[in-house]
Design a protein around this ligand. Structure first.
Ligand code: HEM
Ligand SMILES: [Cu+2]
Length: 642
């Protein structure tokens, strides 16, 4: 039963018709390109990031095929360098973060009971920039011009002298371009979660997933500038003869590494944190109880966000920095395991105290706990500098971070995909197909990456395109490769499951799981306006709360003003007290045009067509001016009766 057919009492048919008229879009080509609906944009983020994941995964399969046997010749060393660099760069920047932001885009407004993100046009703009920047980077691979110096692009190897050609220009410009998108999305998440929460959703009633997204957004705002500055300096060094990283000109090589890891370490948490938020969101539905220790989890989210900025040097223990700094960063790296541990224990307690419903999303959550704890364990070993210096740049490291990233991000994402698929598509998935996929993914992951610990300890270095036959290396490498194919088949089955659901899936009811947060109080898929009346929140689990349901029945915030246009409610930051209604922007092509102008700018910078770049820069400025030109009537801020 969907909320369209029967309006909740207190809302008239006319109200619904008015809402549909203001928020709905006629399906047309222009409408497709100009939409600012957070649900459509969120879906596009998920699909596009999934597409980049497939490309990065195929790169990994080629690498694993090359490494199956010693002295193989599937790819050349130059090709191998580009493959692992694009694989790592794309997995981190074009898949993990955008995928999680896709979940955030779709879910944050629904979970907080709003009608859209705070800045819908900025949201659309962020998506187009992400798409264009991703294509910009991937397009270099078929031309043999892809980044080729690893995902962290250390100088001097990425400098002009050692690395002529376009490879590292693609890296620097691509990441600068992409950074615009990530920054825009982060600002949007912060403002949305602070200002658009449903009345009554005070800070202690904000869903853990939303907390996680907001903490992540803050981390992005503080961490990303370091990476942007780094890449801008790299590009200037390479193209315009500056010496930021060149010691012969007074520059400093380690400066790259410091700035990179000031960004890069928090980035690990930027990836894992929202994924942990997914776990906290999924668990209540499959344990039939709220997550244990809400305040402790919030505290741990906030402290991880802060401490993660104090540990970057643990990526540089082999650089010969002062001994004392090693001790400090080693200690900080150990301390950060505490808040992570708190969350794990809270989830375990939730599962122990709850009544488990063993569906596919919960399987992935269990797979996540097992895998992530193993990855955390090898990570704690690195915090010992002596051990770190032994295994640095060996396959042990590759094993460790795939346990963390696949265990800590990919498994939760898969849990999230199965959990929210009914909400996003309006269709249920096939349970048995989902289970098969899970077991293949889980087994494939461990068969691929567990042996890497071993041949890493036996001394096999990472980033080598081939190796001599050596006892302990040959056999285990073959095992890894077989595992990676197993994993690929499992992931393919996930995709088959999604397509099957879209084609054949049973229509989903509004709340198939009895979830506890507000997205389940909407239709599946939600109407363009999300909620017929904005709900009033009375507890941490509004969808389980009779009072919230009652408030919807009573038309709690069915203030005429809220259905009189494209409007949503602004509330106060701390206790979510209604302040006013605001007019939300209509669909527009502006975001696409601006992103397109930026694409022209970055492409012409890449090929050194500076006059074209100058014209594109003017076009960017003009578009922004048009975008910001005041056009809305001054009555856009409307008072509402509390
Ligand atoms: C889906 C299955 C995956 C397979 C089979 C795989 C395989 C590999 C292999 C073989 C390497 C080592 C290349 C080398 O050092 O010679 C590698 C590196 C890497 N992978 Fe993966 N990977 C997978 C998924 C992921 C995911 C999901 C992420 C991140 C979210 C990721 C991030 C990285 C990074 C950052 C590197 C390091 C690249 C560098 O050295 O610069 N991988 N992967
Ligand atoms: Cu780190």
């Amino acid at each position: 039963m969907s909320t369209t057919t029967t309006p909740p009492p207190g809302v008239s048919e006319q109200d619904l018709a008015r809402l549909a008229e203001h928020w709905g879009e006629r399906p047309s080509l222009r409408g497709w390109f100009s939409t600012v609906d957070h649900k459509k944009i969120g879906r596009r983020y998920l699909v596009t990031a999934g597409f980049f994941f497939v490309l990065a995964g195929l790169s990994a399969l080629v690498m694993r095929t090359q490494l199956a046997r010693p002295e193989a010749g599937v790819v050349s060393p130059q090709e191998y360098n580009q493959l692992f660099s694009m694989h790592g760069t794309a997995m981190i920047f074009l898949f993990a973060t955008p995928m999680l932001f896709g979940f955030g885009n779709f879910l944050v407004p629904l979970m907080i009971g709003a009608r859209d993100m705070a800045f819908p046009r900025l949201n659309a703009f962020g998506y187009w920039v992400f798409l264009f920047a991703g294509l910009f980077m991937w397009a270099s691979l078929p031309f043999g011009a892809a980044p080729n110096n690893g995902w962290f692009a250390y100088v001097p190897l990425s400098g002009e002298q050692h690395n002529p050609g376009l490879h590292m220009d693609v890296y620097a410009l691509g990441l600068l371009f992409l950074g615009i998108s990530t920054t825009a999305a982060s600002i949007n998440f912060i403002v949305t979660a602070l200002k658009l929460r449903a009345p009554g959703m005070s800070l202690n009633r904000v869903p853990l997933f939303v907390w996680a997204i907001v903490a992540t957004a803050f981390m992005v705002i503080f961490a990303l500038p370091a990476l942007n500055v780094d890449n801008a300096m790299l590009f200037l060094d390479r193209r315009f003869g500056t010496h930021f990283f060149d010691p012969s000109g007074g520059g400093n090589v380690l400066l790259w590494q410091h700035l990179f890891w000031i960004f890069g370490h928090p980035d690990v948490y930027i990836i894992v944190m929202p994924a942990l938020g997914i776990v906290s969101a999924v668990l209540p539905a499959f344990t039939r109880r709220g997550v244990v220790g809400y305040p402790l989890i919030v505290l741990s989210i906030v402290s991880i966000a802060i401490i993660s900025f104090g540990v970057w040097v643990h990526h540089m223990f082999a650089t010969g920095l002062p001994q004392l700094s090693y001790s400090f960063f080693s200690a900080a790296s150990t301390i950060i395991t505490i808040p992570s541990g708190i969350q794990i224990f809270a989830w375990l307690a939730t599962m122990l105290l709850g009544r488990l419903v063993l569906r596919v999303p919960l399987l992935y959550v269990i797979g996540f706990v097992v895998t992530f704890v193993l990855g955390g364990f090898t990570g704690a070993m690195f915090a010992l500098t002596a051990f770190d210096q032994q295994v640095t740049d060996s396959y042990f490291v590759v094993a460790h971070f795939h346990y963390v990233l696949i265990g800590g991000a990919v498994f939760p994402m898969l849990a999230g995909i199965y959990y929210w698929l009914p909400k996003i598509t309006g269709r249920m998935y096939h349970e048995r197909l989902g289970r098969w996929a899970f077991w293949l993914v889980f087994a494939g992951m461990h068969v691929t990456f567990f042996p890497m610990h071993l041949y890493g300890l036996f001394g096999m270095p990472r980033r080598v395109y081939t190796y001599r036959s050596e006892p302990g290396w040959d056999g285990w490498n073959l095992v890894s490769t077989v595992g990676s194919y197993l994993l690929a088949v499992g992931l393919l089955l996930v995709l088959v499951g999604v397509v099957h659901a879209l084609r054949r899936g049973r229509p989903a009811p509004p709340d198939p799981w009895e979830g506890d947060s507000l997205e389940w109080a909407t239709a599946s898929p939600p109407e363009p306006y999300n909620f017929p009346v904005l709900p009033r929140v009375h507890s941490l689990h509004p969808a389980w709360d009779e009072r919230t349901a009652e408030s919807v029945r009573a038309g709690a915030t069915a203030d005429r003003i809220l259905s009189d246009g494209r409007r949503t409610l602004v509330t106060s930051e701390l206790d979510a007290h209604p302040e006013r209604a605001v007019q939300m922007p209509e669909s527009t092509l502006m975001p696409l045009v601006l992103a397109g102008a930026l694409l022209v700018f970055f492409t012409s910078m890449l090929f050194a067509w500076y006059p074209v770049a100058a014209v594109a820069a003017l076009a960017v400025a003009a578009t922004i001016a048009v975008w910001l030109w005041p056009s809305r009537r001054p009555d856009e801020e409307l008072g509402v009766s509390g």
